[in-house]
Design a protein around this ligand. Structure first.
Ligand code: UTP
Length: 466
């Protein structure tokens, strides 16, 4: 106890013991154990890094930036169709051999969407009423079937689900109760990312109960440490997994285990890659993938001047156009390599509930502290062969971030974009679609294939094709 007290004093955190005498014997014991697990010196360092990150906010990176080289950039639309098909087949072949896994990052708290349960369980009110998790699980099932039929294999795609303390229980319960949407139980693996303490602006760790520190998930960049700590890197080895498709939970159009993307990355010999979409306008608030001082980095919209964002190539296209959509490819070896790297921290000023000196719970109406996060893309710099695969936005990207009141990246835009894509798939096989609300079950078609039976047929909306 004395040692702990002096460590806390040295690190300006002695307030963490101010309610200690109010606790029961059992609570005291548990609380001390928790405090002893924390490296307070490291936390002090973390806060200093966070402060530096705040101080460098608003600094423009213009003069250090250059776009990724053309050799590193592939494009679905500009790719020769025969070559593209060879990528697709290569991806399918790897799936059929069982070297491919999918890792969904589902540890975020979805605060902007504003629901009390994990975002993957959210339904955007499709005709089928399917949740994001269900759509993704069914896409896995379908692409696995396509691959095994084509290459006469028996490969299984393991579905790794990264959760966090706030999302773990509900996610696991939901998927278990729904029988993993017919994926095999042994091929669905849950793990948890870590937590980081929340600080006030003076670097003091906030408490949200007399025996509890205010903690938050350590950002989607927590994935690398979590893969190691939870034994997933070893699991890759046991299962013979070499190629991992990592994506966010909240893009309703995600081509899960996309064979073309995976095949492209493998053919290029890449160890780390990102899918991107063209920015919708120079001022769309997305990060762009580019080089900064010769290292691959995602530059946030706030780090680039208006003029730089608007700068164009001779053909009129934007120079900084590779919009990052949180959709990546990694080899298992690369994930092993970065598991022990120290990662940069990013800071968000947030309204963090806490207890005051009277142990009253305060829910602030303005930001009162900081959450520290790591970002999944901060390891791109460690890649020895990084590539980018640009895909059309209308077929691959519609994010669910906000409630409908925001009018963008919300349930109604996600629903609209999925219906629009599915209508397009049907029109490509010359079906006549009357109205806009058509949904195709992923078990019928993964990405528009296998719909020839509807050629020349009239489909009246609303219609859910199964
Ligand atoms: P976002 O930061 O865009 O979404 O994460 P969020 O955290 O769910 O929502 P807000 O910001 O609170 O409104 C992008 C992806 O990274 C995952 C999210 O689940 C989402 O798939 N993520 C985010 C994690 O897995 N862990 C985290 O700590 C943060």
């Amino acid at each position: 106890m004395e040692q702990l007290r002096s460590t806390l004093q040295e690190n300006n955190q002695e307030h963490l013991l101010r309610f200690y005498n109010d606790l029961s014997v059992e609570q005291k014991e548990q609380y001390l154990c928790k405090l002893q697990e924390i490296d307070f010196h490291k936390m002090g360092q973390l806060f200093q890094d966070a402060q530096q990150s705040i101080e460098s906010e608003g600094q423009l990176l213009d003069t250090f930036m250059e776009p990724v080289s053309s050799e590193q950039l592939g494009s679905y639309e500009n790719c020769d169709p025969t070559l593209r098909e060879s990528y697709y087949n290569r991806g399918l072949q790897e799936i059929s051999k069982g070297t491919v896994a999918v890792l969904i990052m589902a540890g975020g708290q979805g605060t902007r969407l504003g629901v009390s349960y994990p975002k993957g369980m959210y339904s955007v009110d499709l005709l089928s009423n399917k949740s994001l998790f269900q759509l993704q699980a069914e896409r896995i099932q379908k692409v696995q079937q396509i691959a095994n039929e084509k290459f006469n294999g028996n490969g299984k795609i393991t579905w790794y689900i990264m959760t966090s303390v706030p999302t773990y229980e509900a996610t696991q319960k939901y998927l278990t109760e729904n029988n993993y949407f017919n994926l095999e139980k042994e091929n669905v693996v849950f793990f948890k990312q870590g937590l980081m303490p929340c600080f006030d602006f003076d670097g003091k760790i906030l408490m949200d109960a007399k025996d509890k520190l205010a903690m938050a998930p350590d950002g989607n960049g927590g994935i690398y440490q979590a893969l190691k700590i939870s034994g997933i890197l070893d699991d890759f080895q046991t299962r013979g997994i070499q190629n991992i498709h990592v994506h966010s939970v909240d893009n309703i159009l995600t081509k899960v285990a996309d064979p073309t993307f995976i095949g492209y990355c493998i053919e290029k010999g890449s160890d780390c890659a990102a899918k991107v979409v063209k920015k919708s306008s120079p001022h769309e608030a997305v990060g762009v993938i580019c080089k900064v001082k010769d290292k691959i980095q995602v530059v946030e919209y706030s780090e680039i001047s208006q003029a730089q964002a608007e700068s164009t190539n001779p053909d009129g296209s934007l120079i900084y156009n590779a919009g990052n959509i949180c959709n990546h490819f990694f080899t298992a070896d690369f994930l092993r390599k970065v598991a022990n790297k120290d990662m940069q921290v990013h800071v968000a000023k947030k309204k963090i509930p806490y207890i005051n000196d009277q142990a009253e719970i305060i829910k602030p109406s303005t930001p009162n502290g900081i959450k520290v996060e790591k970002f999944v893309f901060d390891v791109f710099q460690f890649s020895s062969h990084f590539v980018v695969w640009e895909v059309p936005r209308d077929t691959e990207f519609s994010a669910l971030k906000n409630a409908d009141s925001a009018g963008k990246d919300c349930p109604s835009t996600a629903r609209r974009d999925l219906y629009r894509l599915h209508k397009k798939y049907l029109e490509e096989v010359k079906a006549i679609v009357v109205g806009d609300e058509v949904e195709i079950c992923p078990l019928l078609s993964y990405a528009g294939e296998g719909l020839e039976q509807y050629s020349g047929k009239q489909i009246n909306s609303p219609m859910h094709l199964v």
